[in-house]
Write a protein that binds this ligand. Structure first.
Ligand code: NG1
Ligand code: MG
Length: 491
């Protein structure tokens, strides 16, 4: 099997694992049955065989929440749940055709690719296919005048829970990027595709960081990844403590991030806090500094000095628009055009100190978490494992108190966990979605899951029952093991 590298044809074996290799689909592959079902559906829709398949996983973030867009590292792992695509191309007709296996829920979509447009409704959030269009647009912009309008017929299916903080949206965007890149004959460099995916998901209107797309491409089976964004994207495998088992529990409170401004409000507060601090340090380019990490570098601050600076410069109480304009020496007009994003124009109040403290301290927790995992490789100690749990608890506390992105139902799950002696925290953006919990063994995880089934899921209040038909709950609370990043198969 050979891959088009853009400047010739390179055998797969020479590309190493920084590239997505084209693999021959083996009947013993874990994903085989799902792909064959999708292949049958593809044939039914389009009358012929798909040319290739794509699989991109969702992820669970173990620690490092709401820090990626500030330039700080995170520690996620890919989950087994994924988006899969069956793809056929058509060089004669630049048409995109999308059929979701779950046709009842996701309406089919088609459009002309020579005139690609991502339309976002004023309310209600974007249609599911918009995420796919983002991916196509990402590759189109990257290739620029090398872009060829090639038609794509797609069948897709996904089992990543939606709007649950497990990154179903980025799995879809990243899958579209991979399929389009391959159809265009691009070299499939994992880091490059991750960066393209992160930038183009912003067409949805969320000013997110790059965590989800990075883990979607850089994940390796069996380990979590420490992902750094600054000075450039880098993934380092982190072996989780021997015997530990991570459990994901979905609160069933859905949070459609793109349909609300909560996430972007936090991004805006972080950017404002960075500029406020930069101005206080008399940096002439204070207006251009929008990530905490850039200020940290410009002022050579370690984490303790950073926290001290925040403590000295940012007040506890709420900043009004007037406070911000006066402090930064800008007009309200400038605030709106240069500092607020389209979905945050309405903001009247800002919390700068609380958001800044969360980010800087959370960034420290990520580094510590990785260090402890590495120590545990050399000598296992109960104390170290307890410290990991402690870090997860501190992260949750900070997300609830300083970042204010928890939810009463998530709090119930975290409290039930604490009662079992299990450390747990909200994972993903929050305001709903999932918690991630760390158990000491597979057996402990299974006992813990049973407790949650009994005490949370078997007693769902009416507002959650409406959305969820109870079954055995295995899809909403499960132990999870680190899976592989993006994959491409041919038959
Ligand atoms: P989720 O909640 O999975 O969509 C979001 C962002 C991440 C990161 C986390 C919070 C997107 C695509 N992803 O994840 O970049 O900021 O929130 O840590 O918006
Ligand atoms: Mg998402």
């Amino acid at each position: 099997m050979a891959l088009n590298s853009g400047n010739g044809t390179v055998p797969d074996s020479k590309l190493g694992d920084e590239h997505v290799a084209v693999q021959k689909l083996q009947p013993d592959a874990k994903i085989y049955d799902r792909l064959m079902t999708l292949s049958g559906f593809f044939k039914q829709q389009y009358g012929d065989e798909p040319e290739f398949y794509v699989r991109v996983p969702g992820r669970v973030n173990i620690i490092g929440e709401h820090v990626d867009y500030c330039g700080y590292s995170v520690l996620p792992m890919a989950v087994e749940q994924s988006i899969i695509l069956a793809v056929g191309t058509n060089k004669q007709r630049a048409q995109l055709e999308l059929h979701h296996l779950d046709e009842g829920k996701f309406q089919s979509f088609d459009c002309d690719l020579s005139d690609l447009e991502i339309k976002l409704p004023k309310t209600g959030g974007p249609g599911w296919y918009s995420y796919f269009l983002c991916g196509i647009k990402g590759i189109q912009e990257e290739l620029n005048d090398k872009w060829r309008p090639i038609g794509m017929r797609i069948a897709l299916s996904g089992n990543v829970p939606l709007a649950a903080g497990l990154s179903s949206s980025s799995a879809l965007v990243s899958a579209a990027v991979l399929a389009t890149g391959h159809a265009q004959g691009m070299p499939l460099d994992r880091k490059q595709l991750a960066s393209i995916s992160a930038s183009c998901e912003q067409y949805i209107g969320t000013h997110s960081g790059g965590m989800d797309q990075a883990i979607a491409y850089l994940a390796k089976q069996g380990c979590a990844q420490h992902i750094e964004f600054h000075p450039k994207l880098k993934g380092t495998p982190v072996t989780l403590p021997a015997g530990s088992c991570f459990v994901v529990a979905n609160s069933l409170v859905q949070k459609r991030k793109a349909a609300s401004s909560d996430y972007n409000e936090r991004v805006v507060e972080c950017r404002l806090a960075t500029r406020w601090l930069a101005k206080s340090q008399k940096l002439p380019n204070w207006k251009d500094l929008i990530r905490f990490v850039d200020l940290q570098e410009a002022c050579h601050l370690d984490n303790d000095a950073y926290v001290k600076l925040i403590d000295q410069q940012l007040k506890k109480s709420i900043y009004t628009r007037e406070d911000i304009c006066e402090g930064l020496g800008i007009t309200e007009q400038e605030l709106e055009t240069d500092f607020l994003t389209p979905s945050t124009q309405h903001m009247q109040q800002f919390k700068l100190r609380q958001r800044a403290l969360h980010v800087i301290q959370e960034a420290g927790r990520v580094v510590k978490f990785r260090q402890i995992c590495e120590q545990l490789q050399r000598r296992s100690s109960k104390q170290d494992i307890e410290q990991l749990g402690q870090l997860m608890q501190e992260s949750h506390h900070s997300l609830r108190e300083l970042y204010e992105c928890s939810h009463p139902d998530l709090e119930r799950l975290v409290a039930l966990s604490a009662k079992q002696g299990v450390s747990a925290r909200v994972t993903g953006a929050g305001w709903g979605g999932c918690i991630v919990a760390m158990c000491d063994s597979v057996k402990a995880a299974s006992d813990y899951v049973n407790v949650l089934k009994r005490e949370y899921y078997a007693q769902l209040p009416a507002h959650l029952l409406e959305r969820y038909q109870p079954n055995d709950f295995n899809e909403v609370v499960f132990a999870t093991f680190p899976s592989n990043g993006a994959e491409l198969f041919v038959q």
